[in-house]
Ligand binder design. Structure first.
Ligand SMILES: [Zn+2]
Length: 307
């Protein structure tokens, strides 16, 4: 497998303050781990590029980035909700997170890479059509999926989300788009409680109670995601790769480990081999313990490489 690893050091310029868990340390921890493990020698590494306004508008009301731009501070931080803050460089980083996802999508669609992982931030899956939320400004994975759907030969896609939080933004953007299947596992009841009980043929919500472990997670994926994927036959698969369901993560109370992330990644690749010409783009979402985030991302990348 050829796996492209896309990141950018300027994603670290988005800084919501020393106490904020969605911190620049997260990407440094992943980068350090892929070097330490020697994985970097097997990955095609590329810098993210900026998104164009039209690309951001694929998933968002054009007023949304304008409103964020108007609130951008010249120094310090400005909160857009109780958890989410803009600093002077936040939209620069957010544009790279979107642009990196588009670059990954283009590389996979052009056959230059079988799959790709975007180690970018800010994350995206809570960002709705019209609203920033939960550390997210632009919905990176949704924009990547909509960009793919605009290319010839891509008629159906799937977004698979194993972040511990429900990807309300992705559901908001795709709830009336039957060509996009959205499958997610998430702790419930838990943040953000917006679309977690929505039932649609293309929305497969798999709530897991606090303290659920890998067995419960794997059962949900096999019994709910797999049949939906087999029916949908996506031409391309996107992953909202949040690693905050790890047992060591301070943010939530699920009990996954690195091997669960390796398992689900392998299962997604098996599905992509059958239906999607191997085309998989994975985009980082959560993961707030730098150590478990780094080891989980390593397992995810090893699986993407076919190890
Ligand atoms: Zn999360």
């Amino acid at each position: 497998m050829v796996t492209t690893y896309i990141s950018h050091q300027d994603c670290g310029l988005h800084n919501m303050g020393p106490e904020h868990p969605e911190s620049p340390i997260r990407l440094l921890a992943i980068a350090r781990q892929i070097e330490r493990s020697g994985l970097n020698e097997h990955l095609v590494q590329m810098d993210a590029v900026h998104a164009t306004p039209d690309q951001i508008h694929l998933a968002h009301n054009p007023l949304h980035p304008k409103r964020l731009q108007m609130r951008l501070p010249e120094k310090g931080v400005v909160y857009t909700d109780e958890d989410t803050a803009l600093c002077p460089q936040s939209l620069h980083a957010a544009s790279l997170a979107v642009g990196g996802t588009i670059l990954a999508t283009n590389r996979v669609l052009a056959g230059k890479s079988d799959n790709a992982f975007c180690a970018v931030r800010p994350p995206g899956h809570h960002a709705e059509h019209n609203m920033a939320m939960g550390f997210c400004f632009y919905n990176n994975v949704a924009i990547g999926a909509l960009h793919a759907l605009a290319q010839p030969g891509i008629e159906r896609v799937a977004v698979l989300d194993f972040d511990v939080h429900h990807g309300n933004g992705t559901v908001d953007i795709f709830k009336d788009r039957p060509e996009v299947l959205v499958c997610s596992t998430f702790q419930h009841p838990f943040y953000p409680e917006r679309y977690s009980t929505l039932e649609r043929p293309n929305i497969v919500n798999c709530p897991l109670p606090a303290n659920s472990d890998g067995t419960a997670f794997r059962h949900a994926v096999e019994s709910r995601w797999l049949p939906a994927l087999q029916a949908h036959k996506p031409d391309m698969i996107f992953i909202s790769a949040g690693f905050d369901a790890h047992w060591e993560d301070p943010m939530a109370d699920l009990k996954l480990n690195e091997e669960d992330y390796r398992w689900v990644t392998q299962l997604i690749l098996d599905t992509a081999r059958i239906y999607s010409g191997n085309r998989v783009v994975s985009v980082l979402e959560g993961g707030y313990n730098p150590s478990s985030l780094a080891y989980s991302a390593q397992a995810h990348l090893e699986a993407l490489l076919g190890y």
